[in-house]
Design a protein around this ligand. Sequence first.
Ligand SMILES: Cc1cc2nc3c(=O)[nH]c(=O)nc-3n(C[C@H](O)[C@H](O)[C@H](O)COP(=O)(O)O)c2cc1C
Length: 193
Amino acid sequence: MTQLLVFAGSTRQNSYNRRLAQVAADLARTAGASVTLLELSDLKIPLYNADLEAQGTPADVLRLKQILDDHPAWIICSPEYNGSYTALLKNTLDWASSPVKNDAYWSDGSKPFAGKVVGLLSASPGALGGLGSLNHLSPMLLALQCWVCPQKFALGRAGDAFDETGRLKAESHQASVAAVVDQVLWAGRRLAS
Ligand SMILES: Cc1cc2nc3c(=O)[nH]c(=O)nc-3n(C[C@H](O)[C@H](O)[C@H](O)COP(=O)(O)O)c2cc1C
């Protein structure tokens, strides 16, 4: 059974990307995956500062690294801010990629990233659905040795896309999310074997 991690790069209460993460998680569970839906606001992670880090890597950063490391496949739902991904996502991934001093296991910053299969989704009220954020996120993940899935989906006009229960109204949108989920699980199984 594939262990899949799903998280959104927004902590906004009514975040479209969190809703999309829930849709992806539900689809993955239906497909037989074991899914962890991570809420980034549950982690106390400060703004990255090397002086702060020199005093000791925060406990929740170590927790984050472990969660990432425990899951061979991830789906990231990325909002778009000014044509790129959010500061929250950058800060989270920067901490996760920073080596931990005097720790043999975490001495390699790419450790929780290398070899992970990553599917990318985005949602935005705009017409392009935050595609620009994925186009920036993808090379960063590749540089950290992730296998980024070619299949991706950017949900445009996200304000009208969900019903009151959080489900996607359009079959075509649901199918596009399912295509990403299926490819992540497919590639995750193959890389693990
Ligand atoms: C600083 C800022 C910049 C933004 N830039 C973009 C943008 O470049 N493209 C876009 O589609 N939406 C942009 N938006 C709108 C976001 O897509 C919108 O706030 C969205 O709801 C954020 O995702 P969330 O619902 O998951 O929190 C921006 C929002 C903020 C606050």
